[in-house]
Design a protein around this ligand. Structure first.
Ligand SMILES: Cc1ncc(COP(=O)(O)O)c(C=O)c1O
Length: 433
């Protein structure tokens, strides 16, 4: 199986986090997002321990909220000692509702609105990660109005292509994010920021891409960033306190995806960063990273009920489910890979070639193509889509006026509880006047 929280019962049913998925589907209905709380905590601890071990005190992982944002996740992040990155007032509001201390939060995005800046400062945001000079001007103005000095990092583009999907690769020079080192704009924004009385520059940030497995992407990014940091120290006397290397470690969606050992990877980045600092004659800044997917993806599983099975002889077979692109838009967005399992028929051979499609009026409403399910697959079966803990609920919509599924948390091998309730038909009209 692609992750060790997936097993099969003697009666041929899929177990997730030790619990029977068919029974969970019966109890909570479908479509249903399941989240394995023990796995989320385990993934957090792998990062926090690796950071402590390889970088020392001060270094810390920040959970990238965009991967999955709901109140319970921030309670878990608080309990696990994780910082967070947020990109909107909505994520900030959700974190606040969970009692998360915003002083530990980093506010990203390439276009923070004036309202975002006002709202987050009002609630004591720890840091802004400013994308461009316009944002620095807006942050400076709001901080001056409040009579405070706001801590900021600057997002830079180190110009690395991590050989990942084009649509989720954000560290290249022509990216819509950040200021490029190569074009001189990174230095310009640094000098500009240093001249602002109500903004305190504490460091730099980069994010080279997502679902990254390539060997040395983070090491190369760290070295490029540290060379820039040394340059700023030499030319402008600016000593960088924090370097945030973004998120992006890959997870296993399908069997062909490699295993990635976070402790080893963080150790390699630390070795490269320490080596670069020694060579450049600078102190190692506090290193941060922002894992999202690798904290929550393999803690998620979505259950659906199968409806129509359509066979077009000589062409194609379709298995339709009671959800689709509104609860998981990732195939529609960038042809993302997923493993689909026949939760109620795990003991049958899988020889029926098909595509799993959603119920929306949209031919791109596909969950996965070219997969195999049992020949007997039919109406009422439970289908599981694995590794859906990241960028599914957080990207979900109400397209075709479909209510969003609930999130049910699993823990301790037998306990389950609702963290986000299922949307009702009334919820769909809640804002309609
Ligand atoms: C700035 C930033 N940080 C962190 C992340 C999280 O990346 P991942 O979920 O791949 O770890 C992203 C994802 O797009 C990002 O844009």
């Amino acid at each position: 199986m692609i992750c060790d929280n997936l097993t099969v019962s003697p009666s041929g049913r899929l177990l997730f986090a030790g619990q029977d998925t068919v029974e969970l589907a019966k109890q909570y209905g479908t479509p249903l997002y399941l989240m394995d709380e023990d796995r989320i905590r385990h993934n957090c601890r792998v990062y926090t321990q690796a950071f402590r071990k390889h970088f020392g005190p001060g270094a810390r992982p920040l959970y990238a909220s965009k991967a999955n944002s709901f109140k319970r996740i921030y309670e878990i992040m608080k309990e696990e000692g994780m910082g967070i990155d947020v990109v909107s007032s909505g994520e900030i509001y959700t974190a606040l509702q969970a009692g998360y201390d915003l002083g530990q939060a980093y506010f990203h995005s390439n276009n923070k609105t004036d309202e975002d800046i006002r709202y987050s400062m009002e609630h004591g945001i720890g840091y802004f990660v400013a994308d461009n000079v316009e944002e620095i001007k807006a942050i400076e103005a709001e901080a001056a109005r409040r009579g405070i000095r706001q801590k900021v990092l600057l997002r830079l583009t180190p110009g690395i292509d991590p050989h990942t999907y084009e649509a989720i690769s954000t560290g290249k020079v022509d990216s819509k994010f950040g200021s490029a080192i190569e074009t001189g704009q990174a230095e310009e924004i640094t000098v500009y920021t240093l001249g602002q009385p109500h903004v305190e520059l504490v460091g730099f940030h980069c994010h080279v891409g997502s679902q990254v497995f390539a060997e040395d992407v983070f090491e190369r990014a760290a070295v490029i960033m540290l060379e820039f940091i040394a340059d700023m120290e030499k030319k402008h006397g600016f000593v960088t306190r924090q370097l945030d290397l973004g998120g992006g470690y890959g997870v296993r969606y399908v069997e062909s995806d490699p295993y990635l050992d976070v402790d080893t990877k963080v150790g390699q980045v630390a070795a490269a960063a320490k080596g670069a600092c020694e060579r450049l004659g600078i102190a190692l800044p506090e290193i941060h990273m922002e894992p999202g997917r690798s904290i929550v993806a393999d803690a998620g599983l979505t259950l659906y009920t199968v409806g129509t099975v359509k066979q077009i002889p000589g062409y194609k077979n379709y298995v339709s489910i009671d959800g689709g692109m509104p609860d998981n838009p990732r195939f529609a967005l960038y042809k993302a890979d997923y493993t689909c399992l026949p939760a109620s028929r795990m003991d049958e051979p899988r020889t029926f070639a098909c595509s799993v499609v959603g119920r929306c009026c949209e031919s791109g409403d596909i969950i996965q193509e070219h997969i195999s399910l049992p020949e007997s697959v039919g109406r009422g079966d439970i289908l599981a889509v694995c590794t859906t803990g990241a960028y599914n609920y957080s990207m979900a919509s109400n397209y075709n006026r479909l209510p969003r599924p609930p999130i049910v948390m699993l823990r301790g091998g037998s306990e389950s509880y609702v963290a986000v309730r299922r949307e009702s038909l009334e919820d769909l009209c809640r804002n309609d006047l």
